[in-house]
Design a protein around this ligand. Structure first.
Ligand code: ZN
Length: 480
């Protein structure tokens, strides 16, 4: 690969070059990665070359308009995007790109790297005798370049995040969350944290902020008094507050300033005709439209995580779910935990007749559509690695389910990139293809706006400017 000097070659493409400190990391071309992986038994050695990369003549997804920009070129430099312009202006013969590594983008559709807005990095894995670093390649190998933790052991997550930073060729960016803030004793003994006195809130939030989490997560047993204080203290420190709630009513929480509602049933559980029957959701009631409107007016986001209802809670006994192709590459330890968990779930959610569960599923999809229609911004999260929610692959399935709920592929793709970046307060760094942003991208062989399932057809993943081969990344993942 040739190097070139950047002096005097900016052409006004980049807004902040002078002030930005560029970390000139190595680029790894797809073929070099794969070849190296095969040559040394999967021990990949990143190329030592560095320099700009030009992707020429692609279709580029614009999250601002929801449209593909045909015949567009991208200039990457170091870990960032330097220029996005029509190929007629930016191509291999442009003086601005002399010396750049050229990647032929014709016949590809490029979207920002995907973000999973709801994952766990110690919970579930702990029960499976796995560590969070072991699942990271599954995300990056499926085009998920960032993941948003939503409640875990904080030191454990921090170690996973450090590992991810040290292995950018196989890991997504990791954004961390607090423990699950709950009653005493907490529902989850491995990742819960009881807060029962308002005086405990400020020190706890301060501690979480010092750890560097982006999100505070309120959990099912938290009271309104505690929850409201967490929201105040969290916002005072620039943290996002999310909630999977039961005792604290979602309508109250969003009016108190909750930023994000996790799981569609954190809405529907407050719309039960019979409080003892989780399937008795009434979406035609006055309460239903009132709650949907309250959420919309508050500006809170909803992260439906339809995958965990499909995979873990409603249809875990159905072969098309537990034997789904996405589950096959999942490590044996995790799959064995899933199988054990299935028996337990069958006695609970799974005990209702299939037709009842299917009716509840239809209501979840309908409620998701109602929220969207009312103007609520939806996020795209999965709850991986909950049973039958495969890390990485499940984000594509979640996008398919959101399309089924009535969103367009462009809306879903924007939600999975820009909107998920916004809930991380990272939209000035990731989630869009614009000069100055980190070069986190997926290059697809087919148009995801035509069929969202085309998001799975990943030719290259680009993570911080490194052009990577998804198959080679997955070679790094454990099978057992
Ligand atoms: Zn979760």
């Amino acid at each position: 690969m040739r190097r070139r000097s950047w002096e005097g070659m900016r052409l006004g493409f980049s807004k902040e070059r002078e002030t930005r400190v560029i970390d000139r990391r190595s680029f790894v071309s797809a073929s070099a990665t794969a070849a190296a992986a095969l040559a040394v038994g999967c021990e990949r050695t990143p190329s030592s070359a560095d320099g700009p990369t030009l992707i020429v003549g692609a279709n580029v997804f614009d999250v601002r308009t929801g449209a593909m920009r045909p015949n567009t070129s991208l200039l990457l430099d170091g870990e960032r995007i330097d220029a996005v312009a029509p190929t007629s202006e930016l191509n291999a013969s442009s003086s601005a790109v002399s010396g750049a590594e050229i990647v032929d983008g014709s016949g590809t559709w490029i979207a920002p790297g995907l973000i999973d807005a709801h994952v766990h990095l110690s919970h579930i894995l702990y029960q499976s005798q796995m560590t969070g670093d072991e699942v990271l390649p599954f995300y990056l190998g499926h085009g998920v370049t960032s993941i948003r933790g939503t409640g875990d052991n904080v030191p454990a997550q921090t170690m996973v995040a450090r590992y991810a930073d040290s292995r950018p060729d196989t890991s997504p960016r990791v954004f961390r969350c607090s423990f699950l803030i709950d009653r005493d004793p907490p529902w989850h003994t491995d990742v819960g944290w009881p807060l029962t006195d308002v005086d405990q809130v400020a020190p706890f939030v301060e501690e979480m902020a010092a750890w560097g989490v982006t999100t505070l997560k309120l959990y099912i047993g938290v009271t309104r008094e505690i929850g409201r204080r967490v929201i105040e203290e969290g916002h005072a420190r620039g943290l996002v507050v999310s909630g999977h709630l039961l005792d604290y009513h979602t309508g109250d929480a969003v009016q108190d300033g909750l930023d994000c509602v996790e799981h569609i049933y954190t809405v529907s559980n407050f719309l039960l005709a019979d409080p003892d029957d989780r399937h008795s959701i009434d979406l035609d009631s006055v309460e239903a439209s009132r709650l949907v409107d309250t959420i919309a007016e508050s500006g809170a986001r909803v992260d439906p995580t339809l995958m965990v209802f499909w995979g873990t809670l409603l249809f875990m006994d159905q072969p098309e779910v537990f034997d789904h192709a996405d589950n096959l590459p999942v490590p044996g330890r995790l799959r064995r935990f899933w199988a054990k968990d299935r028996d337990r779930r069958m006695l609970d959610w799974g005990s209702a007749p299939l037709a009842v569960r299917e009716a509840t599923w239809a209501k979840y999809l309908r409620l998701t559509g109602m929220l969207r229609a009312a103007g609520v911004q939806l996020l795209v999260g999965t709850d991986a690695p909950e049973p039958q929610v495969a890390p990485g692959a499940s984000l594509h399935h979640e996008m398919e389910l959101l399309v089924e709920s009535g969103m367009t592929p462009a809306e879903v793709l924007t939600a999975a990139t820009l909107e998920n970046a916004r809930i991380l307060r990272q939209d000035d760094e990731i989630g869009s293809i614009e000069p100055g942003r980190l070069a986190d991208l997926i290059l697809l062989d087919a148009d995801p706006l035509e069929d969202i399932r085309n998001s799975r057809r990943i030719r290259h993943v680009v993570r911080g400017g490194r052009v990577l081969d998804p198959a080679a990344i997955l070679l790094d993942a454990p099978t057992e």
